[in-house]
Design a protein around this ligand. Structure first.
Ligand code: SF4
Length: 273
């Protein structure tokens, strides 16, 4: 797969990495304050970091690897990989004549690090979280982290020195959206999950009543409904700090950009309510 980046042409992504990035370190966590959606809900008493990987099997696809592993176990069942936020905002903008951008390349490099050197990846993640926690403690603010900015990894199973990150850092408020209805994380009081609903497949949609988390639903209409499937709808666009939401509600999100034209069942029309 030919890649054109910064006025240079490479035979493949592997060729680009060999020439430009060999042995160059990559930062895993980025500042939430620089993300317009995340920024909205951040108060002076908290600071947010987010990690962006490449969703589903995109890393293996781009690297033209024979086996395509996925970071999003329900990307097919939820039919969300085509409308994934990975290419929303600056992440989807490439310069004229180029085929990729620095944001997508950084996500690809992090994802390859995750797949190819899991313990190295988790050791670095632990270090970066520790640094962030120390800084927050110094400034007397709450550290908050979203590990799945554009992925759906079950971090509860990713162990570094025998413990996952939620156990290593009980002082951090972790939070994520997930498409995986079977995740069991209630034992981690510092990890908040919101389940991302979709009507792309009947079987998946039927899980609505069984999933024990708040549900995020994307509506096409400009006005959110008051209720959805018997639950109160709150405005999820006011903040991204989902762990502040009351329990047992639908987090209503308005479809943006390309998603307004999504008819896969991910975006819900008000007439269906
Ligand atoms: S599970 Fe989330 S991150 Fe993964 S493809 Fe679907 S929308 Fe994107």
């Amino acid at each position: 797969m030919k890649v054109i980046y910064k006025n240079k042409t490479y035979k493949s992504y592997q060729d680009l990495f060999n020439k430009e990035y060999e042995n160059k370190p990559i930062t895993l966590l980025t500042n939430g304050e620089s993300n317009s959606k995340l920024k909205k809900g951040i108060t002076k008493k908290m600071s947010v970091k987010i990690m962006h990987l490449l969703p589903h099997n995109e890393a293996d696809e781009l690297m033209e690897r024979p086996v395509k592993r996925t970071l999003c176990a329900y990307a097919i069942a939820g039919n969300c990989w085509k409308t994934c936020l990975n290419t929303a905002g600056r992440g989807g903008i490439t310069k004229k004549g180029e085929t990729t951008n620095s944001i997508q390349l950084a996500r690809l490099r992090r994802t390859l690090f995750y797949w190819d050197n899991r313990q190295g990846f988790l050791t670095q993640l632990h270090k970066e979280i520790q640094k962030f926690v120390t800084k927050c403690e110094k400034n007397n603010i709450k550290p908050c982290i979203r590990l799945n900015g554009t992925s759906d990894v079950q971090w509860e199973y990713e162990l570094h020195e025998g413990k996952n990150m939620f156990e290593h850092f009980p002082e951090v408020q972790f939070y994520d959206y997930t498409k995986i209805p079977t995740r069991k994380v209630s034992e981690y009081k510092n990890y908040h999950l919101t389940w991302s609903y979709s009507e792309a497949k009947d079987k998946y949609a039927k899980l609505f009543d069984k999933v024990p988390y708040n549900k995020a639903v994307v509506f096409r209409d400009k006005e959110l409904p008051n209720m959805f499937k018997g639950l109160k709808v709150i405005d999820g666009d006011k903040t991204d700090m989902r762990f502040l939401d009351e329990s047992n509600v639908v987090v209503g999100l308005k479809a943006k950009g390309k998603a307004r034209k999504d008819y896969t069942g991910f975006v819900i029309d008000a007439v269906q309510i």
